[in-house]
Write a protein that binds this ligand. Sequence first.
Ligand code: GLU
Length: 439
Amino acid sequence: MRHAGDREKMVKIRFAPSPTGFLHIGGARTCLFNWLYAQKMNGKFVLRIEDTDLERSKKEYLEEILESVKWLGMDWDEITYQSQRFDLYREYAQKLIKENKAYKKEGAIFFKYEFTEVSINDLIRGEIVFKELPKEEEVIIKGDNTPAYNFSCCIDDALSQITHVIRGEDHISNTPKQILMYKALGFEIPQFAHLPLILAPGGGRLSKRFGATSVREYKEEGYLSEAIVNYLLLLGWSPGNNQEIIALKEAKEVFDIKDVHKTGAAFSLDKLDWVNSEYIKNKEIGELTSLVKNYLKKDDFLPLGTKTDYLEKVVGLFKERITKFSDLISWAHFCFYNDFKYSDDTGDILKKDLSKETRVLIERMSAIDEFNKEAIEKEFRAAATNCGLKARDLVHPVRVALTGRRIGPGLFETMEVLGKERVLERLERLINHWKKEEG
Ligand code: GLU
């Protein structure tokens, strides 16, 4: 029964990363589910930096975590740093000592557990009764005066009035300890939700051994932030109706923490690649081009002075074929550089000397006014017919001449993108190649 004057408590959620490494894929998913739930409930989202380990916490990790959270499209209402609250944790430890709930021993302060049955109503897993109780005592303030995780976590969650603690299942054994500390401190206990683990493809934890595990690595490989977010959403949740592509904006409306699955979610790079390629295909070409431009500029891959118009054509040529931007570094190399070698596996295609036929092709190509794929195709086919060849007999060596590779996007589109001058130069180069082979 609600009483007059009772108000629904405002939902307040937190994500609490330790800046001892880059933002892990698992951390990003925890952050995302927290953030979404805060959004859905019109609540507040707090970022709490758990930088109590002064040696392992690094500024570069902190900066990267904040940057990645923003890059993924999330923001926060408040940010707090545990390293600025050491006095507060010590005060609470002193209070517990006074109340005979903690004691000092060999330089550290220990908490005395007051055992009562601990059970929670986990928002994802339902009722959990903790039968295995913690050891009798637990360090809460370490010898170097820094707080232990369970203690600072529970004080901060209580003081910042966190209503829902949503974190990975790997923390499940900490929950009863924290609940006993809440009780000792006289704090109100929040609700808990434990997210299923993200498993490596063959089972087991998603560790470095598996490959890229940080958001930053995926960003560097040229994945889109929206695609990563979409994929993370699918790790333990689904919008239903077999829908797999869902934007953050839409997820905000339909996400509910109680719909998160109980069982572990296996990470699949193939699936992420698929999601990413869907986002690439569907992105507006102008926006896609500017993302690609930033990406390719990074390692000075993009030659200085590359025009945006040209880049847009290159992106158009590849957007249906790539899974991530880094694919362009090898696949689209020929679009930016003339000095490529014919790849080793093209020997069989270049075996037959078609210099005479290529010469005919050069003539036909030179005569085209509007160098677009329709005109190119028409003249290309005419050249082949004139020489008594099937178009495909000419397509293969010409593709090698223009791109250095056996396979690639449609040849006539490729020619249009490269432009007449480059096409003619590269056809001449092919003829020279045959001449050299002969000599
Ligand atoms: N710093 C802890 C972690 O990164 C936070 C755990 C929690 O959310 O309570 O795992």
